[in-house]
Design a protein around this ligand. Structure first.
Ligand code: G6P
Length: 608
């Protein structure tokens, strides 16, 4: 999604802005731009494609100045062209960058056109800059003109705006889209996330919904939605700074896949003892565990798949009804909320627009409480939820989520057991599950040992155009996640089915050109799954089987076998995820796609 960086300093800011944009590349984008404000006016460069294209322009035509705003654009209104790239200008007076969507841009555009404003792009953003320009005719102060203009906008936004002739400040604001203030010494910053500013500061202020902020070199003044000045606390960033360093790896995705044993251990740390789940991990207010009678899980994308696994765990271990829904559906339907229902959101970023909207809607619906399982402590989702369980995966840069997913599953397992304990799970069973969890990092490490073999499997796979993933029970959501990973980064069309559904349609697709990826743990569904595989083999399909040795499956004609460690069945979804991540990764590398920033996708989807 779009990313914003803004700086005011006593030094030239162009390098800070470009480095900030490079650090935001992981969010997904298709064009970029920078505006620099100096004594001579506001000047900009914009470019389609990678930030490197913008850097090339800077090298050819350097721009110097001590105030600047910069942007990576993920196209929503209008194609990724230079004309649609931000910053957008009103005359040569004002330049503006924007993340979000202005829903009432059409009527505003008509009004502004009637007043003589000329539009140079197809974006919704351009209305904002003209609106501020128009407001300045009656209110020449930029801050006040911004405040007055924002009141007319419907939708979501984070903005940064600079004004020619004002070399002492710039203005930024947020409502519905993320924006953080970075505090420096005689220089201050804004950005869509902290990672964009870690090269210049580790001190951050998180803006609230509706905040407008005036940044000068030595001061940050924040006004709330009512225009009242507010003091907001400064937090010091404590993520591992090398999150933005690929280390020995060629891609962030591979680095993040290999970090999983470590981050799963970090997710478990302090949340389980030798024998128990420590309910203190939910904070002082863990009393909800006793009261909860139903669970509604809402999430998007990969996080939704984690929620689907949790449904199996919660219903199995706690015997409580659990529904799982994608946020974009949940938020637009009338929801019946049974008594004492926990509203549980899952999000690696904590900024996904649909998930946030679902949470805000849920807060009006009489849920027992709201719990966010999230990877970003400072995110909007965390700040707006009553309870939080952090996944502690560290910053994830690759767009295709890997370690954020397996740590979500780990946190969900902790939550499921904690709820189950209050609903009759015996101390003996709790101990057994907790001990299995303690071995999880080691099993994930073992699963990674198949990397070289999976790389060979990928060579065989890369010329395929379609793929079918099959699983039963908790392996069905993992099959969905495996197929999502494959399509996200290798652009191979992939679908996932519960294996029992094969004969109700997808079997018609099976021939020698259709690879079938089957997830086959040694559990009580094994015999049924083996029958499903027979159905595929009988039709000439090529089977890629991911199974443990005890299943008695192995490589033979038309079967390519990959060993997955044998684990307690509760851990199977997490451990079986690893080879599927590796498969997608290696297939994408063979195909030569952009692994970390796949086309058209964004890491943090901050618009609807
Ligand atoms: C985007 C990302 C996915 C992610 C989804 C939900 O589509 O590319 O990897 O699963 O958003 O994001 P969240 O941050 O809410 O987990």
């Amino acid at each position: 999604m779009c990313g914003i960086v803004g700086v005011i300093a006593c030094r030239n800011v162009s390098k800070i802005l470009i480095e900030g944009l490079s650090r935001l590349e992981y969010r997904g984008y298709d064009s970029s731009g920078i505006a620099i404000n100096n004594e001579d006016g506001v000047y900009s460069h914009r470019a389609v494609g990678k930030v490197q294209a913008l850097k090339d322009k800077f090298e050819a035509y350097p721009l110097d100045g001590k105030i600047g705003i910069a942007h990576t654009r993920w196209a929503t209104h209008g194609k990724p062209t230079e004309a649609n790239a931000h910053p957008h200008f009103s005359g040569d007076d004002l330049a503006l960058v924007h993340n979000g969507i202005i829903e009432n841009h059409e009527p505003l555009r008509r009004e502004l056109k009637a007043k003589g404003y000329e539009f140079k792009s197809e974006t919704d953003t351009e209305v904002i800059v003209h609106l501020i320009h128009d407001a300045m005719k009656s209110q020449p102060d930029l801050l006040k003109a911004v405040q007055a203009s924002l009141a007319k906008l419907e939708g979501a936004f984070a903005i940064g705006v600079v004004q020619k002739d004002d070399n002492e400040r710039f203005i930024a604001a947020r409502k519905g889209s993320p924006l953080v203030v970075g505090v420096g010494i005689e220089e201050n910053f804004v950005a869509s996330d902290q990672l964009a500013l870690l090269h210049v500061t580790d001190q951050f202020i998180f803006l609230e919904e509706g905040d407008v902020v005036e940044l000068s070199r030595d001061q940050v003044t924040i006004y709330d939605a009512k225009g009242e000045p507010q003091e907001r606390p400064i937090s010091v960033f404590n993520h591992n700074i090398d999150a933005t360093d690929k280390g020995e790896y060629r891609h962030y995705m591979m680095k993040e896949i290999y970090e999983q044993p470590k981050v799963i251990a970090a997710c478990l740390d302090g949340r389980i003892s030798e024998t128990k789940v420590l309910t203190s991990c939910f904070g002082a207010d863990s009393g909800f565990l006793k009261e909860v009678e139903n669970i509604h899980i809402v999430a998007c994308g990969t996080s939704y798949h984690a929620g689907m696994v949790a449904k199996y765990w919660i219903e199995d271990l706690a015997g409580l009804p659990c529904t799982v829904e994608v946020a974009s559906e949940y938020r637009y339907r009338k929801v019946a909320v049974p008594k004492n229902t926990l509203f549980l959101t899952l999000s690696q970023s904590g900024e996904t627009a649909d998930t946030l909207a679902a949470l805000r809607m849920a807060k009006e619906l009489g849920y027992l409480t709201t719990l966010a399982i999230c990877n970003v402590p400072s995110s909007t989702l965390v700040r707006e939820s009553a309870l939080t369980l952090l996944t502690n995966a560290g910053a994830e840069i690759g767009v295709a989520s890997t370690k954020a997913f397996t740590t979500q599953l780990t946190a969900l397992l902790i939550t499921s057991i904690a709820i189950a304990v209050e609903n009759g799970l015996s101390a003996e069973k709790e101990k057994e599950l907790v001990q299995a969890m303690r071995s999880l990092p080691a099993y994930v490490d073992l699963a990674l040992k198949e990397d070289a073999h999976i790389k060979n499997v990928a060579d065989r796979f890369a010329n395929k155009h379609n793929a079918l993933f099959l699983g039963r029970g908790t392996m069905f959501p993992i099959a969905l996640e495996g197929s999502l990973k494959l399509k996200e980064i290798s652009y191979i069309h992939a679908e996932a089915y519960p294996a029992g559904e094969l004969k109700h349609g997808p079997l018609a697709l099976v021939d020698e050109n259709m690879p079938i990826i089957a997830l086959v743990p040694h559990n009580d569904m094994l015999d049924k799954l083996k029958s499903n595989l027979q159905e595929v083999a009988a039709r000439g399909g090529e089977l890629y089987v991911f199974a443990d040795k005890d299943t008695d499956l192995h490589s033979e004609e038309n079967i390519i076998f990959t060993e997955v460690p044998k684990v307690d069945s509760i851990l199977e979804p997490i451990v079986h995820t690893i080879p599927l991540q590796l498969l997608s990764y290696h297939v994408a590398v063979v195909k030569g796609t952009d692994v970390d920033q796949p086309r058209n996708l964004a890491k943090s989807v901050t618009v609807e």
